[in-house]
Write a protein that binds this ligand. Sequence first.
Ligand code: ZN
Length: 105
Amino acid sequence: MAGKIRAASTLQEAQLLVDLLRAAGIECAIMNEHLQGGVGELPFTQVWPEIWIVDDTERERALAVIAEFERPVTGRGGGACDRCGEDNPPAFEICWKCGHALTRV
Ligand SMILES: [Zn+2]
């Protein structure tokens, strides 16, 4: 049975989380993706993209993967984005927030 993991505040964040879960071998999908254009007409929270996993028994693992990703990064990670200044985890080649390619030293 499929289950909702969480909502994301942006489609970009949702896509990132989905990529993360898929990389961990968890089948998942973004719901509400097609509603992004309707912000003016619907209550805002209803148009937030949602991450759903195909197999709800993977929920614990999916949440762990996301928690690991969202843990505050200490030390040198993927580094601050040149464009928006957001700090990125070590494994990331593009900024999770704005999609800008991270340059490495
Ligand atoms: Zn950025």
